[in-house]
Design a protein around this ligand. Sequence first.
Ligand SMILES: NC(=O)c1ccc[n+]([C@@H]2O[C@H](COP(=O)([O-])OP(=O)(O)OC[C@H]3O[C@@H](n4cnc5c(N)ncnc54)[C@H](O)[C@@H]3O)[C@@H](O)[C@H]2O)c1
Length: 469
Amino acid sequence: MNSIDINNLQNSFHHAVNLSISPGAVSTSPTQSFMNTLPARITSAKLSKALKPFSTGDIRILLLENVNATAIEIFEDQGYQVEFHKSSLPEEELIKKIKDVHAIGIRSKTKLTEKILKHAENLSVIGCFCIGTNQVDLDYAANMGVAVFNSPFSNSRSVAELVIGEIISLARQIGDRSIELHTGTWNKVSSKCWEIRGKTLGIIGYGHIGSQLSVLAESMGLHVLYYDIVTIMGLGTAKQVSTLNELLNNSDFVSLHVPETPETKNLISGPQFAAMKDGSYLINASRGTIVDIPSLIAASKAGKIAGAALDVYPNEPAKNGSGAFSNQLNSWTSDLVSMRNFILTPHIGGSTEEAQSAIGIEVAAYLTKYINEGNSVGAVNFPEVSLRSLDYDQENIVRVLYIHKNVPGVLKTVNNVLSDHNIEKQFSDSNGEIAYLMADISNVNQSDIKDIYDRLNETSHKISIRLLY
Ligand SMILES: NC(=O)c1ccc[n+]([C@@H]2O[C@H](COP(=O)([O-])OP(=O)(O)OC[C@H]3O[C@@H](n4cnc5c(N)ncnc54)[C@H](O)[C@@H]3O)[C@@H](O)[C@H]2O)c1
């Protein structure tokens, strides 16, 4: 097993990606860039003990749907056996392949339903190399002791940059001028075209994307106001306002960066458009249900809204293709596409090469930490548990990873098994019906490991066990 310090992978992946982001001139892969940063850390890496799995043999990982090469590099470097497929697999083939693997990496097309998962005899972990996880039966996976990871924030910068581009494009009506010239019309106008310097951007939702956008916007001379349900320290000179209306009343551009929740459905509708400044602009690259689009069209036709940029829609086509965005999908589509100074993009906010690389590195790092050390921090369906790494020179030590039903009395039974040894550290947490215990026990002879495994295996509420040594 390789001795690279996986603890540092996640902390470093942003840095790794940054090393190669000159557009069109990517000469070094992000993973390679990441690996290039390792020598400085080798000394500390050697201080961590590389653990070996007991009873699982070599780790086998199945990667589908052209998961980014950054992930393959990381897994191969760990010595895992990687099987890679460019596309998703037909159900029957997937059932055959999932039987033996310890880990599987997918994107959004592979559906990991109960029907498929129940054939996975050795599976410990699923990596969704994308944002969403609704293609996986998360509860069923948790009940089999399988942790699921994704990458919700690797594309934040890509979204923030798109919004900056849209702010300028709307202020200068670039979309309309471009469409006109594509169809032979020369229309050199300056009326109602503006610089963005000195204007006010109102950001609704000051999380990963909203806060990045805030920094970029200020550096271009915009004033930034933001509204969030949580009190958050503003970056730069950005100022939090206490009500949504205060933001709407005072912003020239309003950009939405909230999650989809019952509270955010139609967050921006008729009354909110009425509260916006005359001639202001709306940008939505968050989720399609957050803006009431017929109200937006009405506000624009009434001259209240000078333009809008939409990247997301209540219903979106399942695949690319001409004719896919039609009234059949959303009844108002033909009205929307006829609007002047409306920029419409097909949910591409996070779709960049850099974001894909970052997703590959982030999810591969989660999987590697879970496989090698048992750390489940970041799992979406599972208790999040971690223990600090073992020192490289620690002998006769075993890490116990015990996933079980969350019922009374289990820890007593497990600690009874472990109590013949010294429990160096232990951490347990639960999430609904599932609980996860990690413990490092010392004074364990090699010959004791099988006995510990067998005794834990017989405990009544066990879901799955792994021992690392
Ligand atoms: N267009 C794309 O391709 C794309 C890509 C990535 C993310 N997204 C979407 O962008 C949105 C923001 O993503 P993020 O990563 O910044 O999320 P985040 O969780 O980091 O931030 C969301 C912020 O919204 C705040 N919030 C929640 N409910 C609110 C409410 N009712 N009013 C005001 N603020 C509220 C939260 O407190 C948080 O600060 C999400 O909807 C996400 O799905 C879109």
